[in-house]
Design a binder for this molecule. Structure first.
Ligand SMILES: NC(=O)C1=CN([C@@H]2O[C@H](COP(=O)(O)OP(=O)(O)OC[C@H]3O[C@@H](n4cnc5c(N)ncnc54)[C@H](OP(=O)(O)O)[C@@H]3O)[C@@H](O)[C@H]2O)C=CC1
Ligand SMILES: O=C(O)C1=N[C@H](C(=O)O)C[C@H](O)C1
Length: 254
């Protein structure tokens, strides 16, 4: 049994995870943390993670970037591994995660789906073939009208994955409205659309001379992220320290 503290338990993702874990004989939410403090389910809810006095194997965080430091402090102090899913993290926060992972096991992923994590590998291959031929790379992401951060953590992770495969990393261009000149070769354009209840779409376009190649992932339900997060929690249980990602969870399941 994997006992979970659900951080951000009353939000959209927290509630989807709650319903998935209810049907899972190998996992249990033993406490929730949410700034609203409301008790919506049968587990106790704390307003701040520092007040949570319940023993657990792992924390799952789907709350907000602003909560990261509190989650890391609690995770390190109580030596409880954490699955970090909130997006909109600053570079400084990513460095804090790396430093903290020397003391406690952490898994950070902007997207918990199998499809996006496979797409990252495909893009690394594509960029190695298409970049020497001068293809321009653009990313378009679409999300619901409640999403706070832009561009999505996934769009940035896809761009980072391609940059890892390039000899010289490209810069990211989020807004061409003031450029007043043609796009640069060594950049990746990243565009964010927000509307309705779109769960999450990511499109990567390689535009060359006389041909265009498009990769697209569509999440049709938040359950795809929730299932990935629960699998990650089970994977992280009993790990002492280190920084992991969804690729580690996927390869351990093979
Ligand atoms: N890695 C992945 O696969 C995915 C990542 N995400 C990311 O997860 C995060 C949450 O998404 P979602 O569930 O849609 O968002 P919601 O806003 O629906 O839920 C977040 C919940 O956390 C609460 N909260 C906010 N700040 C804190 C805090 N400091 N301490 C405790 N609770 C807090 C919110 O309260 P209040 O409403 O009062 O602010 C809310 O109840 C986002 O960053 C999103 O981008 C989402 C889906 C997939
Ligand atoms: O906020 C969301 O909803 C999502 N956020 C993640 C992101 O920023 O990439 C992942 C997913 O696309 C849904």
């Amino acid at each position: 049994m994997t006992e979970i503290i659900m951080h951000g338990c009353n939000g959209h993702m927290g509630q989807v995870i709650t319903s998935i874990v209810e049907k899972d004989d190998e996992a249990k939410i033993v406490a929730g943390v949410d700034i609203t403090g409301e008790k919506l389910n049968d587990y106790p809810v704390f307003k701040n993670i520092s007040d949570c006095n319940v023993k657990a194997d792992v924390i799952i965080d789907f709350s907000a970037a602003a909560a990261l430091e509190d989650v890391l402090e609690y995770s390190q102090k109580n030596h409880i591994p954490a699955v970090l899913c909130s997006t909109g993290l600053s570079n400084e926060q990513v460095e804090k995660i790396k430093a903290c992972s020397e003391k406690v096991a952490l898994l950070k992923s902007a997207n918990m789906s199998l499809g996006i994590n496979m797409l990252m590998n495909l893009l690394k291959t594509a960029v190695k073939v298409l970049n020497p031929e001068g293809f321009d790379i653009e990313i378009v992401e679409r999300h619901h009208n409640l999403k706070k951060d832009a561009p999505s953590g996934t769009a940035l992770a896809l761009a980072d994955a391609m940059n890892e495969a390039l000899e010289k990393p490209y810069s990211y261009n989020y807004d061409r409205s003031k450029d007043n000149e043609p796009r640069k070769k060594e950049e990746i354009g990243i565009v964010a659309l927000r509307g309705g209840n779109i769960v999450g779409e990511h499109e990567v376009v390689f535009a060359g001379n006389d041909e265009v190649i498009e990769f697209k992932h569509t999440a049709t339900s938040k359950a795809v992220f929730a299932k990935g997060a629960v699998a990650a929690a089970k994977f992280l249980k009993n790990k002492e320290s280190g920084l992991f990602d969804m690729a580690d969870v996927i390869s351990a399941a093979k």
